[in-house]
Design a protein around this ligand. Sequence first.
Ligand SMILES: Cc1cc2nc3c(=O)[nH]c(=O)nc-3n(C[C@H](O)[C@H](O)[C@H](O)COP(=O)(O)OP(=O)(O)OC[C@H]3O[C@@H](n4cnc5c(N)ncnc54)[C@H](O)[C@@H]3O)c2cc1C
Length: 597
Amino acid sequence: MSNFKVPLRDIEFALFEVLHFEEHFAEYCPSLDRSLTIALLEESARFCEQVLAPLSASGDIEGCRLVGGEVRTPAGFKAAYKQYCDAGWPSLARSVEYGGQGLLQSLGCVMNELTSTANYAWTMYNGLSQGAMHTIESHGSEAQKKTYLPALISGEWTGTMCLTEAHCGTDLGLLKTKAIPAGDGQYQLTGTKIFISSGDHDFADNIVHIVLARLPDAPAGTRGLSLFIVPKITINADGSLGDNNHVTCGGLEHKMGIHGNATCVLNFDGALGTLLGEPNKGLHLMFTFMNLARLGAGLQGLAHAELGFQKSVDYARQRLQGRSLSGAKNVSGVADPIIVHPDVRRMLMTQKALTEGMRMMAYFAAKRIDIVQHGQYEAQRQGAHDILSFITPIAKGFMAEAGFESANLALQCFGGHGYIREWGVEQNLRDCRIASLYEGTTGVQALDLLGRKILLSNGSLLGDFAQCIERFCKEAANTAELSPYVESLTRLHSEWLAITAKIGERALVNADEVGAASVDYLMYCGYIFLGYMWARAAKTAVLALATGTSEPDFYRAKIDTAQFYFERILPRTLSLAVTMNSGADNLMNIAEDHFSF
Ligand SMILES: Cc1cc2nc3c(=O)[nH]c(=O)nc-3n(C[C@H](O)[C@H](O)[C@H](O)COP(=O)(O)OP(=O)(O)OC[C@H]3O[C@@H](n4cnc5c(N)ncnc54)[C@H](O)[C@@H]3O)c2cc1C
């Protein structure tokens, strides 16, 4: 049985108290306010706790099946999807013009977090659809929007993202799928895509594939990629469904986790599609999809961290083993609950600090998506865009890695029982593992961050984000309770800029210096970002306690967790600074045959 509870109070704290979403909503979506948001969250929480969470373990055990060329999802998945669509959830953040509710993408991210924590494999079906809708909304022609958006927005149809082929994952320049003009403005696509999430299923009447392919005269490499919309079933001029469009599911991957989500081999055999945007600009346009999907993969880290944390705290309170080193705490019992042991507390507090910190990190990023989409002035939109493009690889890479660390600690709290299926923490760990692989591995996010976002912008994007931290430190400088946070962040702020400059200098002489430092650099940035979030949380809590609150324990717990983060997790930046500065030689001067065994 699932005991999952949506952490509503913490979500409210992060959104409204730390990140000031009330003012944000007033500026960018006046129809949304705090009480409406809370009502929507409570409604979604009921669905997540009562409908989705109970299907997570059964979906993992049953998995998806391929029957007569069509995918069958686990029992209960399809009915839950219908209930979700009937309640209008897929349309929440989509444009009113095509049937959406016109609310903000940030709210969509929070709702995505809720369903992801309850049942990640199920959530992926709608997650991919949201990316497809966003891509068509951003780059589609009027005719394409009219044809596809209403049915996607209502949830009647779903979407996918088709990039990967057997010989090309990270290196999309190697992609071979061909798109040949059919003479009527359409294109015939031929090729095989692998690992396509939600590529086929039984939820919807049609599936809208967003496909990267190559036109006949296209240049080699990524400059020759174009983007296409290819429906599973063709669509007649009057909008009704036509024939099968020669897109078939050639197989389902047998994988480590997320068993309830169908990961498909898709064969395109002359399937008809239309060009999305301009020819040979496909990869650029696909980033609209991928950036949203990257934040979604980051949210996945948060979701598994939250679920593991909830399960392990419950267990640590009940499991009786050993006695506290400082004297028995459960004197009438045979032993103390394991929550008395410092090492178990280390594991629980690490999960709590990472999970709640990542929640603030995710919402900080989501706020910038809203400003990019709805900002009134160009400068405002550009400013948010710059910060968002800097933090997207950090949010994706760091949250996926930290989410896995957290899910792993959750399992460790259970001892051997964690390794057994019954408690659900081994499923949580298996499901989480994919987050740092798809949507670009951590290594690829790190290269994007350090190579493209930092060095190519001459550090200006880092400067914009670092200013947020600088501003916070100035504002908090006179509050005695915040001085440990301000001192650490001030030191890290200047160390960060200095390390970046040093790597930049070394990279001018040897380009491998970027790749050698990049993953450590991404994690270093993530820890500072989280430190900034925890310092803001501490500031909010100090203020609430000073001005009077009916929840003193809640706010004291925030200050305790901020202190824990700064004393026990943020110091990881010290070792990362050393490893980053060690340079590329200890990796690249090793002869290849020294890797032999
Ligand atoms: C369950 C699942 C669902 C997926 N869903 C989708 C989907 O819906 N749509 C879709 O199109 N794809 C999907 N994928 C594919 C996924 O995005 C790719 O697996 C991923 O991008 C990595 O590509 P690859 O597996 O070919 O690894 P490779 O590219 O072969 O990488 C192998 C290793 O080499 C490293 N590496 C590669 N190139 C470089 C480089 N230039 N510099 C440094 N390191 C490098 C990588 O970081 C990695 O550690 C999915 C995959 C899985 C497993």
